[in-house]
Design a protein around this ligand. Structure first.
Ligand code: HEC
Length: 516
């Protein structure tokens, strides 16, 4: 009963919070993974953007280098490059206007300047080298690190850096020495394939972060909604389960109560049969005794008339006295038998009624059972053969074994021997095994059971004779007594038309010292 009450409570008080915890952990984990994914993805997209800017710049530089530099008009924004060492660094047009050669790095610097001054472009470009020709092109700490790594063969480097409280995606890739570069850079000792320097691209993360933020908020909202739904569904399902369980449990409890009541009824009914059997049994000896004693009255009356006569022979008197003592003997014998019956009945009914343990002899107990069933057996041609040592003494609740045997015998009479219309034999063999167990081997040679009946024989309410008043509880009661109250086992073997056999084994209790 105890665990029955707790399962639906357990569902609500333990399983439900546990499920909530699991769902919460799972959903937060998924959300964190999602946020991480969004951030990584956006960083990838931003990096790809920076990479493309770098590639574009390299293309414009390539174009410039392929032309060996490009000439532009000199003005205050574009002074002559003091670091360029070239024979035709400055030339004049026919109109005497000055033109100067723009090397790729100079052009890159000018584009970088344009980008820096445009408020719509959140971009910084920087051409640099570990050995700058122009000192202002010197690398900052991050770039130095990156350039060193390019020397070891790395192709690009990117990371998010914080500068002046702003987040930047910094990207850098090397500028390798190509054929067209040698024109101006060979004299510094560079060879084809060397790392000449690099261009770093810095993107402000603000706008990227903004879109990430939007996406994270959207994800968080959708996850929160799913979370809420999941919690509600789980709660609903568990509540449904708990209620179903409760209802089922109530039904089972009700069925159990009904079944217990029916079993009790069956026990009472068998007690009733016992009483009526006893009444029949005791009727005969008491009747005989009453007859004998009333006959004695007549004999005494005859004696008195004989004595009142003038003449009476000794033989006549002796004859009457013989009648009297015969009647007396008959009455006594029958009263003794009645007393014996009462004694047995008392034992049986008290044992049945109480669960009191005592020392008893199974041989005597079997005789008691047979006496109480005598009424039912005497009208049949069923013989009962008992094998049980008179010396065997047991300690326990005799009523249990008695009920088992009574039920087995009545079962045999009504089913095995067709309500006693068939002749046959019942044999009961009670012994103590070497393993100190009580062995009851019960056998009849009645009609037996077919496979179907055998399968269900021990089930409650299963009977093949409901129309004849069978309750279907006889074997069920036996089974319960043996397995639960006697802590034993019961095995049934049966062959159709060859009778049944029950093999019962149960532990024998030691006789307590105080009762010895
Ligand atoms: C027309 C001559 C010329 C050509 C061609 C040329 N450069 Fe330069 N490069 C210069 C000069 C002069 C500087 C020095 C400073 C400046 O102008 O910023 C320089 C600077 C650089 C720098 C910046 C670091 C520093 O030393 O100040 C890098 C990097 C660079 N060049 C790479 C290359 C590569 C790669 C090529 C081939 C694609 C190339 N250059 C082709 C003339 C040239």
């Amino acid at each position: 009963m105890k665990n029955k009450l707790t399962i639906d409570k357990r569902l609500r008080q333990r399983v439900l919070p546990l499920m909530f915890l699991i769902i919460t952990l799972l959903m937060s984990m998924l959300l964190l993974m999602r946020i991480d994914g969004v951030q990584k993805h956006n960083l990838d997209v931003a990096t790809e953007g920076a990479r493309n800017i770098f590639r574009m710049i390299v293309l414009t530089r390539q174009w410039n280098a392929d032309h060996g530099g490009v000439y532009v008009f000199v003005d205050e924004k574009t002074p002559v490059n003091e670091y360029l060492d070239h024979p035709k660094k400055v030339i004049e047009t026919t109109e005497k206007e000055k033109l100067t050669l723009l090397n790729p790095a100079y052009m890159t610097r000018q584009i970088a300047e344009l980008a820096q001054n445009d408020p719509d472009i959140h971009l910084r470009l920087h051409i640099t080298s570990l050995k700058p020709i122009r000192p202002q092109n010197a690398a900052d700490a991050w770039e130095v690190e990156a350039l060193k790594r390019f020397e070891t063969g790395e192709q690009e480097i990117s990371s998010v850096e914080i500068e002046n409280g702003q987040r930047y995606l910094r990207y850098m890739s090397p500028l390798m020495v190509k054929e067209s570069c040698l024109l101006c850079h060979e004299k510094q000792g560079y060879k084809l394939g060397d790392v000449r320097g690099g261009i770093s691209v810095s993107l402000q993360m603000e706008s990227i972060d903004k879109s990430v933020h939007h996406e994270i908020v959207a994800s968080a909202i959708s996850y929160a909604v799913s979370y809420g739904l999941l919690i509600m569904i789980t709660w609903g399902l568990i509540e449904l389960l708990a209620r179903r369980w409760r209802a089922l449990n109530d039904n089972i409890e009700m069925l159990e109560t009904t079944r217990n009541e029916l079993v009790e009824n069956e026990k009472m009914a068998s007690l009733g049969r016992l009483v009526s059997g006893f009444a029949h049994e005791i009727n005969t000896p008491v009747g005989v005794a009453v007859g004998a004693i009333s006959h004695g009255d007549e004999t005494i009356a005859t004696l008195k008339t004989l004595l009142a006569k003038e003449e009476v022979t000794e033989q006549e008197l002796n004859q009457q006295l013989d009648y009297l003592s015969e009647g007396h003997y008959l009455a006594l014998a029958n009263l003794r038998r009645a007393a014996d019956l009462v004694q047995r009945f008392k034992r049986t009914s008290i044992d049945r009624d109480s669960q009191q343990k005592r020392e008893y002899q199974p041989a005597e107990l079997i005789q008691d059972v047979l006496t109480t069933l005598h009424n039912q057996l005497k009208r049949t041609e069923i013989s009962v053969e008992v094998t049980c040592s008179e010396k065997l003494k047991l300690y326990g609740t005799p009523g249990l074994l008695e009920q088992v045997l009574t039920n087995l015998i009545t079962n045999s009479i009504s089913h095995g021997f067709d309500n006693g219309t068939r002749a046959g034999k019942i044999s009961i063999n009670v012994s103590q095994s070497s393993a100190n167990r009580l062995i009851v081997d019960y056998q009849d040679d009645g009609v037996g059971m077919n496979e179907d009946v055998k399968q269900q024989a021990f089930e409650p309410f299963f009977t093949t004779s409901r129309d004849k008043g069978g309750s279907g509880l006889g074997l069920y009661v036996i089974y319960n007594i043996v397995t639960q109250q006697m802590a034993g086992t019961i095995q049934m073997t049966s062959v159709s038309n060859a009778g049944v056999r029950f093999h019962i084994e149960c532990p024998i209790e030691a006789i307590p010292y105080n009762t010895l």
